[in-house]
Design a protein around this ligand. Structure first.
Ligand code: ATP
Ligand code: MG
Length: 485
């Protein structure tokens, strides 16, 4: 009997010890799993920080000395022994927080944001878009510029007339200049649109360089978005898994997004939300605008809106401002002047939110960037604006994207090719525009127009264009005077 009791007790003890050991093993396993997870997160965060710092360093390598001086002055940069620049402290905030009567925090408008400017003035400083620099706006200190691979998903928000389309146009022209694949969807597409004052906005230099003709048919937009989210994205994921190049970066835009989403509902909202969530890792990026980022406007949960790493806020909705600009709790922006003549709040993957001014993406700035021949321009340099100037290069029917755009976009990504440097087009027909301009200036001088008026009509109010056109006018005045004497 006693032996039996001892044997039962011994077995129970063994079972108990065994169970204890197993529990200890389980707890150890869980610990080491958690440690690994935390280490991976720390590693990811470290890599993100390194990427961010590297982007800043790359940017500084490529910006002009003047820009660097201004940035070093205002953002506390330090020079490393090897000559590269590194952030010593987080950039000094360019806005002040003031206490409102109703105890609400409000950010005062920084007085130093420069006035309205044309993107041509940016080109006149010698700046050209490249993989390492995409111009976004002028801040209080200097240009706000990001490398192309840090633009990521980008959105401009705000009420009607706040300059959202201009922002998208300014981004698209640069992405096209550096030869990214850009796809434009616009239910109200026209190659030349009119603004509210009836001035023509010429989209042709952009349109002719798109990855495929603009898509304006709703059915085709739905089809393309589904192809992007469920075919192209999935095949990029599979390609990466099998160690193949994922494909060239794609930037796509959907004009008047809220209206499109209202009409198409989940048919577009679902694939769009998927691309916003997952596209970034696979080089598929949205560049667009919306009146706000509210869930009812975007027809999606709040998750995907966190994906916008470049955000332009032109006013109108505090909830959108908070989500888009990563505003700290309790901070409310001053809306004064926002959305007028390019004034915005801007946040990027490498800049905290700040007030800044976007340049006017005039037709002339587009023509100058792409060296559009005079015969293809409208307005001051080129032909007058008639509907006959329009080119019809639109897609009006549903396409098999896997065989057309799909193929074009899916070719393997060569490291240089994907983000290759912008190329200057050597279009000799530019001579034609000079000849036409000379003829025009001559005629106007003979008609009694004065120098300043002619200069102004060429949009040349400052910089190199002013000097060059001014010199031409002076030479012609001299010639006319010598002929009449
Ligand atoms: N950066 C800028 N500098 C000067 N004027 C600008 C600028 N951006 C926009 N504007 C002016 O504001 C007008 C409206 O701009 P835009 O069409 O881009 O606004 P929007 O927000 O897209 O409007 P909507 O909601 O009606 O589409 C332009 O026609 C232009 O006159
Ligand atoms: Mg618009």
């Amino acid at each position: 009997m006693a032996t039996q009791i001892i044997s039962v007790l011994a077995t129970s003890l063994c079972l108990f010890i065994g169970w204890k050991l197993y529990r200890r093993y389980q707890i150890n396993q869980a610990y080491s799993k958690e440690e690994k997870r935390l280490a991976a997160i720390a590693q990811q965060e470290k890599q993100l920080e390194l990427d961010r710092q590297q982007a800043i360093v790359d940017w500084h390598r490529t910006t002009t000395q003047a820009l660097q001086a201004a940035i070093m002055r205002d953002h506390h940069y330090t020079v490393r022994p090897d000559g590269t620049l590194i952030v010593a402290h987080p950039p000094r905030t360019q806005v002040q927080v003031t206490e409102q009567v109703e105890q609400q925090k409000q950010i005062a408008t920084p007085a130093s944001v420069p006035g309205r400017y044309d993107m041509r003035e940016v080109w006149n400083t010698g700046f050209r878009p490249s993989t390492s620099q995409i111009w976004l706006a002028k801040g209080a200190a200097d240009g706000i510029i990001v490398p192309a691979n840090k633009l990521l998903h980008s959105i401009a928000t705000g009420p009607t007339g706040g300059g959202k389309t201009n922002i998208v146009r300014m981004e698209l022209m640069q992405l096209i200049y550096i030869r990214c694949e850009v796809v434009l969807m616009d239910i109200h597409y026209a190659p030349i649109k009119e603004d509210e004052d009836g001035n023509p906005i010429d989209w042709r230099p952009i349109v002719t360089r798109l990855a495929q003709p603009p898509i304006f048919n709703m059915k085709t937009i739905i089809q393309w978005m589904k192809w992007l989210a469920y075919t192209e994205l999935e095949s990029r994921i599979a390609r990466q898994r099998s160690g193949q190049p994922i494909g060239r970066p794609i930037f796509f835009t959907i004009a008047e997004l809220p209206a499109v989403l209202d009409e198409a509902g989940d048919e577009i909202a679902d694939p769009l939300a998927k691309v916003l969530r997952q596209g970034r890792q696979y080089q598929i990026f949205f560049v667009g605008d919306s009146q706000d980022l509210l869930t009812k406007t975007l027809h999606m949960s709040t998750g995907p809106r966190e994906a916008f790493r470049t955000g332009f806020y032109t006013g109108g909705d505090a909830t959108t401002a908070k989500a888009l600009l990563d505003l700290p709790n309790g901070v409310k922006l001053s809306e004064e002047g926002l959305g007028q003549q390019g004034l915005v709040y801007l946040k990027t993957a490498v800049h905290p939110y700040t007030q800044a001014r976007v340049g006017w993406a005039s037709n002339e700035s587009l023509y100058e960037l792409f060296q559009t021949p005079a015969s293809e321009r409208i307005g001051m340099y080129g032909r007058s604006y008639h509907h006959s100037n329009m080119v019809d290069s639109t897609a009006d029917s549903a396409e098999d994207f896997s065989s057309s755009a799909g193929k074009k976009l899916s070719y393997g990504r060569d490291p240089e090719g994907a983000w290759e440097e912008g190329r200057k087009e050597t279009d000799t027909s530019d001579d034609l525009s000079v000849k036409q301009a000379l003829r025009d200036i001559g005629k106007r001088l003979k008609n009694g127009d004065d120098r300043a008026k002619i200069l102004q009509s060429y949009g040349a109010t400052s910089g190199r264009a002013n000097q060059e056109i001014g010199a031409v006018i002076d030479a012609m005045i001299e010639q006319i005077e010598s002929e009449t004497n």
